[in-house]
Design a protein around this ligand. Sequence first.
Ligand code: 3AM
Length: 186
Amino acid sequence: MRLFVALSPPPEAVDELWSAVEAVGTDRPGLRWTRPEQWHLTLAFLGEVDDPARQDLVERLGRAARRHPPLTLALSGAGRFGDRVLWTRVSGDVEPVRRLAASVRAAARRARLPVDDRPYRPHLTLARAGGEVDLRSLVDALAGFAGRPWTAGELHLVRSHLGAGPGGSARHEPLVSWALDGRERG
Ligand code: 3AM
């Protein structure tokens, strides 16, 4: 099954981000918006994982989660990966998020899963484009968005069912969640 590991913003953070997105207007040809009920911060994309590797991964992720504290995060502004992905920025405990993502990726590697080794960029994907849309105006339009801080207290292992969501989008199914209840700080 196709898996990724993520943090989820709470409903209040989703609602205020959705208000900001609606205010800039979602009716734009060539853009596919992600659905607010699935908004997440990906820490690691794992791709297809078979059952034995998944069991190993679940144990290792549980151990990783116990070493990390809850994180105080906020969503604000926007950015883009080229002309393909529009995202909103993650601020607050960014270094701890990086450390958590590094732990998650290390857990996946030890479970013998191939992990993307590009530098980790904390973000929440808002929309994807085929490359024919200039995302710059949307980045500018969302620049003033400043969400309130929230606590990410759980790590989620999520299954992605490709094509099973509305309009052929993916449907995300949380499989296992762990409390971030470690004490390491700073
Ligand atoms: O949360 P974002 O949007 O950054 O783009 C996919 C999404 O990331 C990414 O995994 C997250 C959950 O689907 N993803 C999908 N396929 C991928 C791949 N082959 C991928 N990331 C890296 N390589």
